[in-house]
Structures are given as structure tokens and as C-alpha cells.
Ligand binder design. Structure first.
Ligand code: GLU
Length: 443
């Protein structure tokens, strides 16, 4: 197959959330798997709601998730191309001016519904003659413009949903140009998809309803119709939609809560697919398995708890090189390997670094026992076997076993009830620190 060219096309009118990142991720993975190109297209024709700060946030989130783009485009830079395409559609009779006010349209809609008929636009504007049109314009009415749909069944083979068909004869002609001259997304998107040679439109299922009309627009503008892949939407535990505006699941929030980028990638790439959701140490395994045929059609259930757990499991498997740049210089590889299995978030490392290299206030359960244990500390150098040798000697001398033996030692040395294996921690603490803590001294 020829290399795909795909695009992720967010509107910079809000923050990215897990729902739209799923579309970004599938576009990116698909491009990488098949040696294609991934374009970031900012759909910023809505000048009121588009904001530079959202654009910055979108780029930051994508970069953080590892989804680098090969090219970036802004719709606001491309208005001349939309004007040109609009003029071509007008010239070929596929775009026609309409003068109805929103109130008039609403009235027509209600009347049709009351008659038990589908509320399809009646194309009254097509029947206006020149005089009637001039009269309306003289009244100061500015037209909006509708795309004249061909009354045909449009078919496409959706990579996720399988064969699809929609009868355009039963649809309203969509408005492509507003009365103020601004364009609607469904039109500018088609113009750009043609201009950039987009081969695959990968997006959320909420756009399925645009697809039939868009296919007709591709044809009317002489463009190649891309392949479509519509991903099922994400739902929450209760089955409700994840709203873009809740903010609680914005990528920025998840980052601040310490969720690993790779966990977000792994969860969203695999949720609702035939492949297991499991932690990954890089994007490579996700690239290797991305396949629309393996995406289920049912809505995918997103759970923050599952994400938090996957994030922790991701940390547990990450090699030192993968996190080195994000750790303080006091955290070396041996410390990372000793504690990573106990982390919920990367920030937890700091507390373990203090236990191993810094100073903590030991928790003393039984001072006499700990003093006795201190006297039996073996000489350095220590290895992972030192803990076993030492506690065996302490056990032989004191008669203690199991929890009575280990619990006071762990509490004195780490000030915590649980944590990584003591055998790994002991050599990293060093004898001076261990001896001091066993005496109850902060060290
Ligand atoms: N700007 C549109 C959106 O954010 C893009 C949809 C598409 O991918 O065609 O929903």
C-alpha cells in the first residue's frame, strides 16, 4: 500500500482530553506503522472561540504523549483556498444561496415534524427567481449557502464500522457558508483533506453523520475520497459520554496528577480492541499492533482508576534510561531499580531517595532489640545478600522470626510499614546511616 497521509484536526477552542487524544493516537500510530505522514491541522476558523493558549496546550500535550507531527497547518492561514473552492461549487451549481432566517427555518422544521415528516430542508431557496432574490437582498438579508446534495445512496467501507451507506435524498442540504461569510468545518475540512492528499480520515464516531455529505463534496471538488475510520466514542463507567468541557480528564490535568504519558497512550490505543491493555515501555509495541480491524464497535469504557493503575505498572517496568532525565541527580540506576516497583507516580521516588540517601526520623518499636541488631551489622561492602546474612544472625541471637524480626527493622530503617525489598535497600543506605537509625537517630 502507498504510504498513508493522515491528520489530527482539533479545534483550538479547548483543552485536549482523553476522547480526542484517542483519535490523535490512532492517526499517529497508523502513520508510523505504515511509514506515512501525520499532519497536525488546527481547525481554527472559529475566530471567536479559537485561542492561542489552546493551540499551545494542544502542541504541548501531543509532544508530551510522544505524538510528534510531520507538518502543522492552520485553517486560518488557508482562507483563500476555501474562497476558491466555494466559487467553484457555486459555478457548478452545487452551492446555492438561502435567505431564510433561523426563525423561518425553525418554523418549517416544526411544521414538518407536526405532520410526522422528517425535518428536511425544502430547498425553497432554489425556487427563488432573480427578482425575488434581489428583493430579499434589498431588504438587507445576507445569504447563507447550502451544498446541494445528490439524491443518491452514498457508500463507504469504514475501516472500523464496515460497509456503511446513507441515503442523501433524505438529508438536508448542509450549510457550508454562514451569512457572515465564515465557513463550516465540514467544508474546510474537505478542502484541506484534498489539498494535503489525506488518504485516511481517522476520527471519532460523532463524525459519521458528516461523512455522506463530505464524500459528495470530495467528488464535487474533484478530489480523491479518502478511506474513513470512525472510532467508537469513550464512555465513563456509567456509560455516559466523556464531555470535552468537563476539564477533569484533560491531558494537562492527568499530567499534573502524575499519570505517565505512556500509560495514556497504551490505554487509549488498546481500550476496546482485541489486544490486551498492558503497560509499555515505548510506543513501539502500540505501533506494531495498531489495526482498525481489531477495534471493537462498542463504545469503549474509560476508567480513571484503570489509567492510574496502568500508569503505576508502567513505572514498574521502565528502565532507568527512560526516566533518567526526569529524576533528580541524586537518583542513580540502582536506586531506581530498587524502588520502581513500589511507585504509584514518579514523584514518589523523592521519598525513597530520602530514605536511601537523605535523612529520615526512624520509627523505633523496640529500642533494645534494635541496639542488639545494630551490634551484629556485618562490615561493608554490602550486597543484596547482606540483609539475609544479617537478619539470620539477628534471628539466631534473639530468637525472633517473621514479623517480630523484620517489622521493627523495616520501621527503623525506612520509617514506613511497607516498601521495596529490604535486601535491595540495605546496601543503598550504607552502614553509617543504618547504624544511626537503629540507634534511633535521625539520619
Ligand atoms: N475539527 C474537527 C473536530 O475537532 C475535526 C474532525 C475530523 O477529524 O474530521 O471534531
Amino acid at each position: 500500500m502507498t504510504a498513508p497521509i493522515v491528520r489530527f484536526a482539533p479545534s483550538p477552542t479547548g483543552l485536549l482530553h482523553v476522547g480526542n487524544i484517542r483519535a490523535a493516537l490512532f492517526n499517529w500510530l497508523y502513520a508510523r506503522r505504515h511509514g506515512g505522514r501525520f499532519i497536525l491541522r488546527l481547525d481554527d476558523t472559529d475566530r471567536q472561540r479559537s485561542k492561542a493558549e489552546y493551540e499551545t496546550a494542544i502542541e504541548r500535550d501531543l509532544a508530551w504523549l510522544g505524538l510528534a507531527w510531520d507538518a502543522k497547518e492552520r485553517q486560518s492561514d488557508r482562507l483563500v483556498h476555501y474562497d476558491e473552492a466555494r466559487d467553484r461549487l457555486v459555478a457548478s451549481g452545487r452551492l446555492y444561496p438561502c435567505f431564510e432566517t433561523p426563525e423561518e427555518l425553525e418554523f418549517k422544521r416544526k411544521r414538518l415534524l407536526a405532520q410526522g415528516r422528517p425535518p428536511v430542508y425544502d430547498r425553497a431557496a432554489l425556487r427563488l427567481d432573480e427578482t425575488a432574490r434581489q428583493k430579499l437582498e434589498a431588504e438587507g438579508r445576507r445569504p447563507h449557502w447550502r451544498f446541494k446534495l445528490m439524491p443518491e445512496e452514498v457508500r463507504w467501507d469504514d475501516l472500523v464500522r464496515g460497509p456503511q451507506h446513507v441515503d442523501e435524498a433524505s438529508q438536508s442540504d448542509p450549510v457550508l457558508v454562514r451569512a457572515d461569510g465564515s465557513y463550516l468545518y465540514s467544508f474546510t475540512s474537505v478542502v484541506d483533506d484534498i489539498a494535503f492528499g489525506i488518504t485516511h480520515v481517522i476520527r471519532g464516531e460523532d463524525h459519521v453523520t458528516n461523512t455522506g455529505a463530505q464524500i459528495q463534496m470530495f467528488r464535487a471538488l474533484g478530489g480523491a475520497v479518502p478511506v474513513f475510520a470512525h472510532l467508537p466514542l469513550l464512555v465513563d463507567a456509567a456509560g455516559g459520554g466523556l464531555s470535552k468541557r468537563t476539564g477533569s480528564l484533560s491531558i494537562g490535568d492527568l499530567r499534573e496528577r502524575g499519570i505517565e504519558a505512556l500509560a495514556i497512550d497504551a490505554l487509549l490505543a488498546r481500550l476496546g480492541t482485541a489486544d490486551p491493555v498492558e503497560p509499555v515501555a515505548s510506543l513501539a509495541p502500540l505501533i506494531a499492533t495498531v489495526d482498525f480491524a481489531r477495534v471493537g464497535r462498542a463504545a469503549a469504557r474509560f476508567s480513571e482508576e484503570e489509567l492510574a493503575q496502568l500508569s503505576a505498572r508502567t513505572l514498574h517496568m521502565l528502565p532507568f534510561e527512560a526516566v533518567r532525565d526526569r529524576l533528580g541527580s541524586d537518583v542513580e540506576e540502582s536506586l531506581w531499580l530498587a524502588v520502581r516497583g513500589n511507585l504509584s507516580t514518579l514523584a514518589d521516588v523523592a521519598a525513597w531517595a530520602a530514605v536511601l540517601h537523605g535523612s529520615i526520623a526512624p520509627v523505633i518499636e523496640d529500642a533494645a532489640f534494635l541496639r542488639a541488631a545494630a551490634e551484629m551489622l556485618p562490615p561493608e561492602p554490602w550486597t543484596e545478600q547482606s540483609w539475609k546474612a544479617w537478619t539470620a544472625a539477628v534471628s539466631a541471637a534473639t530468637g525472633r522470626k517473621g514479623r517480630a524480626l523484620f517489622h521493627p527493622l523495616r520501621l527503623a530503617l525506612t520509617a514506613r510499614e511497607t516498601g521495596p525489598e529490604m535486601a535491595k535497600l540495605l546496601p543503598l543506605m550504607g552502614r553509617t546511616r543504618v547504624a544511626a537509625r537503629l540507634q534511633g537517630q535521625a539520619a
